[in-house]
Write a protein that binds this ligand. Structure first.
Ligand SMILES: CCCC/C=C\CC(=O)SCCNC(=O)CCNC(=O)[C@H](O)C(C)(C)COP(=O)(O)OP(=O)(O)OC[C@H]1O[C@@H](n2cnc3c(N)ncnc32)[C@H](O)[C@@H]1OP(=O)(O)O
Length: 302
């Protein structure tokens, strides 16, 4: 099986980088995230970036409606946006949020894991790994402004940030709910959760597939702050000030010191992890479980 799917090659083949933002924001000069004037938003079809270079950060808005499920194209666009900001010395931080009302992310795109062939599963999983590694180890400060429900792979993305602000709405539960789908969070999802909430809470949360409403998410340490819904972005911006006041090299090296051992575990076994995923997801019983789950999501509407 061809496992060496290069994400950089993939991004080049899939996307024209930095296409103008489609829809209402196309070609428009919007107020920058931090309030500066005249800075152009940029991005790709599924990721809108509102830069505020004067303040040193950008707001990255996920907009893959209806539920910001992490499809291969969407993962690729998120990676391109991150790379672009990381390679520009004007930016020291990102605020990651959602442009889909009430939804931060529904997690990995089930359509990418259902009824496809092993080569596709391998390519998809490599992109999921890459997204986690790049966000988890980013030299930028990454703060998530979680403005909606946030399941499984979406929760992993938020857990990879340096700080999490969650909107105080009881509907906005978040967690790694994989077991509810009959699947298993991989070891690096587990490690990221353990590093955030501790072993006992993670063990219970992972086995039961718990999605924590805001008050509980705060209590177990899954998020750092819960604020009224209309203050999520401003709270993230205020928090950023403290992080940006620290000498950058000292903060970055400390982040790496804390996170590298966890990332190295995956880096050492990356291909084996892909093969495990492909074997697991290709099993008839797992495919059936995912189809049943998808069907339940659809039936919920009727
Ligand atoms: C070894 C494997 C390891 C894998 C590791 C991680 C796995 C994951 O991340 S799996 C994904 C887990 N996610 C979930 O369990 C969330 C599922 N979704 C929901 O609970 C709801 O959709 C949500 C609460 C997010 C939003 O609810 P609504 O606003 O009521 O929207 P709908 O439920 O009607 O959804 C709209 C539309 O989107 C489709 N959908 C939802 N989630 C996903 C998804 N993760 N992937 C693909 N598609 C998704 C849903 O079926 C609806 O489709 P249509 O009926 O065609 O409109």
């Amino acid at each position: 099986m061809a496992l060496a799917v290069g994400i950089r090659g993939l991004t080049r083949s899939l996307l024209r980088p930095w296409v103008r933002v489609p829809g209402p924001a196309r070609g428009r000069t919007e107020p920058a995230a931090g309030g500066g004037d005249g800075v152009r938003c940029f991005g790709s079809p599924r990721v809108l970036v509102e830069p505020d270079p004067a303040a040193g950060f950008a707001v990255m808005k996920m907009r893959n409606p209806p539920v910001n499920s992490l499809s291969l194209e969407f993962l690729t666009e998120l990676l391109i946006s991150l790379e672009k900001l990381e390679s520009d010395k004007a930016f020291h931080a990102i605020i990651l949020t959602s442009d889909c009302p009430g939804i931060f992310s529904a997690g990995l795109d089930l359509m990418e894991m259902c009824g496809r062939d092993p080569t596709h599963y391998a390519e998809y999983w490599k992109a999921v790994q890459e997204l986690w590694l790049r966000f988890y180890l980013s030299h930028l400060v990454v703060i998530s402004a979680i403005n909606g429900v946030n399941a499984a792979g979406g929760c992993l993305l938020a857990l990879s940030c340096d700080y999490r602000v969650l909107a105080d709405n009881p509907k906005y539960a978040m967690g790694l709910n994989e077991t509810l789908l009959g699947i298993i969070a991989p070891f690096w999802f587990k490690d990221t959760l353990v590093n955030t909430v501790g072993h006992r809470t993670a063990e219970r949360a992972l086995q039961l597939g718990l999605l924590f409403p805001p008050a509980e998410a705060l209590q177990v340490g899954m998020v750092d702050k819960v604020v009224p819904e209309d203050q999520v972005l401003s709270a993230a911006r205020s928090e950023l000030a403290q992080w940006l006041a620290i000498p950058g090299h000292a903060r970055q090296l400390t982040k790496s010191l804390m996170r590298k051992p966890t990332a190295d575990r995956l880096l050492k076994e990356r291909d084996a992890d892909i093969q495990n995923f492909v074997r697991f997801i290709s099993r008839d019983a797992i495919q059936k479980a995912l189809r049943v789950y998808l069907e339940k999501l659809k039936q919920k509407k009727t």
